[in-house]
Design a binder for this molecule. Structure first.
Ligand SMILES: N[C@@H](CCC(=O)N[C@@H](CS)C(=O)NCC(=O)O)C(=O)O
Length: 257
């Protein structure tokens, strides 16, 4: 089985879609890129449901294997293919990588996601009629995703849940700043899957949360962002985007360089 048998189904290089995209590019794995336009609900069309019946992205096929869950896909990519190791050998470093990925996936990432869905994803569908939006929601296979889309499309996120997400982002950014003061990268002195995981939610911080992140406020995050932005694989990955996320990436890269 070779890398030529790999197809990644993804949206923009951002959050969950961006994680396996960047891991594949860092490893130098050739892959077929299948863009799923999340805002057109491609992820709920029968062609994609045949790949991932849950109707969420990303998903990856390798030969006849179908892989889902962005962090687990990254671990698979690191183990299945040659190229630079994205997990170090030391057990304590590996534990810290997994600690950070769990923290992001379960605690901090969903808060970034809620703010993004409230400010960008939901409003992007405001041009559709209420009936069209209801029909889109009715096609979503997972009840929890149906609930999330309803809140985003009809601006139903409550004040208290948005406040909790903002609180978590503040706490998370402070913790990341503290740990980046202890070592070169987030989990150890080598670039790892944990950096890929975090970068996909944090690369927009200087624009999205200037009140929390900047060269004076968070010097360790700033140093880390500058180092990660400069990686050729990171630049190649964000060039695969089709819109606003790549524009934002390019604007911040100018600011950092
Ligand atoms: N835990 C999953 C989450 C997958 C997920 O919910 N992805 C979002 C995009 S970041 C999605 O597919 N949203 C589209 C939808 O719910 O219709 C992973 O990490 O892959």
């Amino acid at each position: 089985m070779t890398a030529a048998d790999v197809t990644l189904y993804h949206w923009e290089p951002n959050a969950n879609s961006g994680k396996p995209m960047l891991a594949l590019v860092e490893k130098g794995v050739e892959f077929g890129s299948h863009y799923i336009n999340m805002l057109e609900f491609d992820q709920h069309k029968p062609e994609y449901l045949a790949i991932n019946p849950q109707g969420t992205i990303p998903a990856m096929t390798h030969g006849d294997k179908v892989l889902t869950e962005s962090t687990a896909i990254m671990e698979y990519v690191d183990e299945a293919f040659a190229g630079p190791a994205l997990m170090p050998a030391d057990p304590r470093d590996r534990w810290r990588i997994r600690w950070w990925m769990k923290f992001m996936d379960q605690w901090l990432g969903p808060s970034f996601s809620m703010i993004g869905w409230c400010t960008f994803v939901g409003p992007s569908l405001a041009h559709k009629s209420e009936a069209e939006r209801e029909a889109m929601i009715a096609r979503i296979p997972l009840p929890e995703r149906r609930a999330a889309w309803r809140k985003a499309m009809f601006a139903e996120f409550s004040e208290s849940e948005l406040a909790e997400s903002k609180r978590r982002i503040g706490v998370g950014v402070a913790l990341i700043e503290e740990d980046l003061g202890k070592r070169e990268y987030i989990a150890c002195d080598e670039y790892s899957l944990a950096d890929i995981n975090l970068f996909n939610s944090l690369y927009g911080l200087p624009v999205g949360n200037p009140e929390l992140c900047g060269p004076d406020k968070t010097p360790n995050i700033w140093r880390w962002l500058m180092a990660v932005y400069q990686r050729p694989a990171v630049q190649k990955t964000w060039a695969l985007g089709q819109g606003r996320f790549t524009d934002r990436f390019n604007a911040i890269m100018q600011e950092l360089s």
